[in-house]
Design a protein around this ligand. Structure first.
Ligand SMILES: [Zn+2]
Length: 239
């Protein structure tokens, strides 16, 4: 696998931070609290607010580029990625090859000055991480977590699995197949009964099918409970 690393400029890093801001309020605000997305007190305060106007965004952009973006930190992280992150990733990738999933032959690692963890893009096989808010020890783990996302994403999409299911599947691959804890507390832990090492190595794709079925059943039960609770409430209201 060919791996390229790039360091994002202050401008590109702000663009990345702004994208995260928009995505957070569009898709993730119901799943994650803002402090799980913006690891900087100034950004947390400002970017917790949805629908900011251009003037506010301009002010935040200027502060970001002058006070938060730190090229030196990104260069240090690049060294950590080269000496520790990539060797760790390559070693874990050999284990990932046991699963019938995508195995990219090209990967780009983008180091961003944003203060928001890790992201992946399956179109270009790109991982974008924010080393300024991650310890050097955690960098190789986060890198491998994001890489695992890229490898399984098409199967997740095919089966329309939920975000919480997806996160748990990645975490269990990390712990059961790759042998490390990715410190990811999101994810549906009730799926662990399907996500054993034996099951995953035996027939990974049928594990995903079982999770899909389980999710659908759970949804039906939740909907029934909800309808029942609503009916009860209405009945009470009606006297
Ligand atoms: Zn994840």
């Amino acid at each position: 696998m060919q791996i390229d690393i790039q360091i994002l400029s202050a401008e590109a890093s702000w663009k990345h931070q702004h994208e995260i801001y928009k995505n957070y309020h569009k898709r993730y605000a119901t799943i994650y609290s803002a402090d799980k997305f913006f690891y900087h007190p100034y950004l947390l305060e400002k970017l917790s607010v949805a629908n900011l106007q251009n003037d506010d965004l301009q002010e935040i952009a200027t502060y970001f580029k002058t006070n938060i973006y730190n090229r030196e930190k990104l260069e240090q992280a690049q060294t950590t990625i080269l000496t520790k992150g990539i060797p760790f990733l390559r070693q874990k990738n050999e284990l990932l090859k046991q699963l019938p999933i995508k195995h990219p032959d090209k990967l780009t690692i983008s180091l961003s000055g944003a203060m928001s963890g890790g992201f992946y893009n399956t179109d270009q096989n790109t991982i974008t991480i924010s080393p300024q808010c991650i310890t050097p020890q955690f960098l190789p783990l986060l890198l491998t977590h994001e890489f695992t996302h890229i490898c399984i994403e098409e199967h997740i999409q095919q089966k329309h699995l939920s975000h919480l299911a997806k996160e748990r599947i990645v975490s269990r691959i990390c712990s059961e197949i790759l042998g490390f804890d990715d410190h990811n507390s999101v994810g549906d832990k009730t799926l662990d009964k399907f996500l054993t090492k034996e099951n995953m190595l035996n027939d990974f794709l049928s594990v995903l099918s079982r999770i899909k079925k389980y999710g659908e059943t759970k949804q039906i039960i939740e909907n029934k409970t909800f309808t029942h609770a609503t009916k009860q409430k209405n009945r009470r209201k009606g006297g």
